[in-house]
Design a protein around this ligand. Structure first.
Ligand SMILES: Nc1ncnc2c1ncn2[C@@H]1O[C@H](COP(=O)(O)OP(=O)(O)OP(=O)(O)O)[C@@H](O)[C@H]1O
Ligand SMILES: [Mg+2]
Length: 263
């Protein structure tokens, strides 16, 4: 499934938008413990599926050591995905870390992340849809926050509130947090992503001084609703299924790498 609507005009234009794989690996290895949060304060938008594909891309394609942290006490989808695939005899190329947010084993996310940052190249945190405190902790500790949702007001409804929470919490972040929105579940045959991008950029409550313009990635890097995403619950995605995710990662990392080089 190809996003022909927003395809860059040629290779030169594409390479202007994405970082080379080698530069990403070098950058990550030079600091270790790149923390990426995937979260929106809303359920069912495609967070866990995105976490899975991102983890598979970093581990399998970039050969980096990856931990996935499941903070979702309610659905624990990523934990159950790992159990399912191990039972099927599949090789899961990342380590799973469960982070209970309630009960006797609950500790702050910051404490959970500390040892992981020195042990792993990349730590991807599935923030679930609910726990605001964990979300705020990630904004203060992570380097990148990704907010996937379908291009529909039903799914983007909480994004403005999430952005406001993130921008308040990121003030405490010593490294700086880059936040990006992108759409998943796109079929590229309709103008839904364009319509929704426009709708989200409008501040409907004029009195709201806290309005945060949604920081969208370039529309070419929207993620398709190719059926392998839906099948991935019990069918391991193949290498070619990770291609669009690779482009998205390379696009998001280009901004971060250039920002730090310029600093
Ligand atoms: N790129 C995609 N293409 C097609 N379907 C998708 C895609 N991403 C997610 N989905 C589907 O959307 C639904 C919700 O996905 P997922 O469980 O990843 O969301 P979530 O945000 O983690 O939900 P929760 O808040 O319950 O943890 C699932 O049915 C999943 O198969
Ligand atoms: Mg989930």
């Amino acid at each position: 499934m190809s996003n022909w609507r927003h395809r860059p005009t040629d290779e030169k234009e594409l390479f202007r938008l994405i970082a080379p794989v080698k530069a990403i690996v070098k950058w990550v290895k030079s600091r270790r413990g790149l923390v990426i949060g995937v979260g929106i304060l809303k359920g069912g938008t495609g967070k866990s599926t995105s976490v899975l594909y991102l983890a598979l891309y970093f581990a399998r394609v970039l050969n980096l050591k990856v931990a996935v942290v499941d903070t979702d006490d309610n659905s624990q989808s990523i934990s159950r995905w790992v159990t399912t695939h191990k039972a099927l005899g599949n090789n899961v190329p990342f380590d799973l870390k469960v982070h209970p947010t309630k009960g006797a084993d609950a500790i702050p996310l910051k404490k959970r992340l500390k040892p992981l940052k020195s042990e792993y190249d990349v730590v991807i945190v599935d923030l679930g849809g609910g726990d605001k405190e964990t979300f705020i902790d990630l904004c203060a500790e992570g380097r990148l926050l990704l907010m996937p949702s379908a291009p529909s007001g039903w799914e983007t409804d909480r994004i403005q509130a999430t952005l406001q929470t993130a921008s308040r919490a990121a003030v405490l972040n010593p490294e700086g947090l880059d936040v990006y929105n992108f759409f998943v579940k796109c079929d590229f045959t309709s103008t839904l992503p364009e319509e929704e991008r426009e709708a989200m950029a409008l501040d409907l409550s004029e009195e709201d001084e806290d309005f945060v313009p949604p920081p969208f990635l370039h529309p070419y890097f929207d993620i398709s609703k190719a059926p392998h995403h839906i099948r991935s619950w019990n069918v391991m995605p193949g290498r070619s299924d990770l291609e669009e995710w690779g482009l998205l990662v390379r696009h998001a990392m280009k901004g971060i790498i250039e920002e730090e080089e310029a600093a």
